[in-house]
Design a binder for this molecule. Structure first.
Ligand code: GTR
Length: 407
């Protein structure tokens, strides 16, 4: 049984017993998984505004020139791996276009983004619907799809709440998706077959080379390259969306590529939005054991000494500033440490305040299904399980509507 199924099985069992909140520990892969707030160890987060040589950043200029690049290199070196500098060429092939998709409400484009490097080529498919009602280039939501491709069926024979394309079109947004497997298969024995072995094999030899999450984030930026060429899309309004492992990726991609105007990260948990030092739910040790191929080899060094990490995940959130970022959690998803994810947002505030001095968030997470939409750091904690669903998307749209209007 994989961890996700095991987790669901444990949750079902707990709900059945009516004891979902009583169970405070679980054992997984030989480790005790903590769900007890009183057992969260004391920890000190790295100061997001203090440089490694001890200077405190007080202005956005110093943040942008000194601390921001430093944090990016720390995440590269210790967590997600180095990113490739360049490729030789890129070409966008329009494979199929349907002017009257969705009963006339949208134009469908199926594009393959071809990238060449050192004589080798990789093609990553992109599916895109653009609202026919748009009078000007449309803002777009790009989903990093880590589930079945059937969720983004271009023919709409299958409709999924994971990618509710009709709803987004109705609200005036374009919606797009690429599949992680086309950049790097999501399996520990084959993740290298794609971006890594075709274009950047050197990444596989280095302990700080990017692995699957780096490759997915890199692919998201290639989709952005495409949007910059499509006249029907407003490339200044590309919002990146990811769920769980895809949500870890949307944050990392948004940190690296500031062309993304907004980032949404659903239930991203460990090495996504949640603080590593809390060691609540999935820990660095457990994620490295099960999903080591997502991260740089160096990350394994921190499995049992998480307090030595020179970063924590609030610093990843801070890298979005001043752009709006929105994260979510679900009540039945303690594995992803909802509280630890909210605390990340709170601890990213000092950076947002360099740009928007009045930004405030309450000290405690909001009640269930009460979204925080107006600060540039948005959040909701909803009822239900680990998922990306219509409630999430509705709030993403409300958040985007609000923040794009402010611009
Ligand atoms: C889990 C994993 C989480 C999360 C999740 C998902 O099994 O432990 O970190 O990424 O998968 O992607 O659904």
């Amino acid at each position: 049984m994989n961890v996700f199924n095991k987790y669901i099985a444990v949750l079902c069992f707990l709900s059945f017993c009516g004891a979902a909140h009583a169970q405070k520990t679980d054992v997984f892969m030989g480790e005790l998984v903590n769900y007890d707030e009183t057992k969260v160890p004391q920890y000190i987060l790295p100061d997001v505004l203090r440089t490694t040589n001890g200077r405190t950043v007080k202005t956005k200029t110093r943040w942008e020139k000194d601390r921001r690049p430093e944090i990016i290199s720390l995440f590269k070196q210790h967590v997600y791996g180095q990113m490739p500098g360049k490729f030789d060429s890129i070409r966008f092939e329009l494979n199929r276009e349907v002017a009257n998709a969705m009963e006339g409400r949208a134009r469908l484009k199926e594009v393959t983004v071809h990238i060449w490097n050192k004589g080798k080529q990789l093609g990553i498919p992109l599916v895109l619907f653009i609202p026919n009602s748009a009078k000007q280039p449309a803002p777009v939501f790009l989903l990093i799809n880590n589930r079945s491709k059937r969720n983004t069926d271009p023919d709409r024979a299958m409709k999924s709440t994971f990618w509710p394309a009709e709803m987004l079109i109705e609200k005036g947004y374009a919606i797009a998706s690429f599949h992680v497997g086309d950049a790097a298969p999501d399996k520990k024995d084959s993740y290298q077959h794609g971006v890594l072995d075709q274009l950047y094999p050197e990444m596989l030899d280095n302990e700080d080379g990017m692995k699957a999450i780096g490759a997915w984030a890199w692919a998201a930026s290639r989709m952005m390259d495409y949007f910059e060429t499509d006249q029907a899309i407003d490339a200044k309004k590309v919002a990146l969306v990811g769920h769980s492992r895809g949500g870890k990726t949307s944050l990392w991609a948004g940190a690296l590529d500031q062309r993304f105007a907004m980032v949404f990260s659903s239930c991203s948990g460990s090495t996504g939005a949640s603080l590593a030092r809390r060691q609540y739910g999935e820990t660095v040790s457990l994620i490295n054991k099960q999903f080591g191929y997502w991260f740089a080899g160096n990350y394994k060094q921190y499995s049992n000494r998480v307090n030595d990490l020179p970063v924590d995940q609030h610093m990843l959130i801070a890298l979005m500033a001043p752009r709006p970022v929105y994260t979510t959690n679900a009540a039945e998803d303690r594995w992803a440490d909802p509280r630890g994810s909210y605390l990340s947002l709170l601890n990213a505030l000092p950076v947002y305040r360099l740009y928007h001095p009045g930004t405030v968030l309450a000290a405690e997470p909001p009640a269930l299904n009460v979204p925080i939409l107006n600060p540039p750091i948005g959040y909701h904690f909803r009822k239900g399980i680990h998922d990306l669903n219509v409630y999430d998307w509705e709030n993403f749209v409300r958040f985007a509507d609000y923040h794009y209007r402010l611009k």
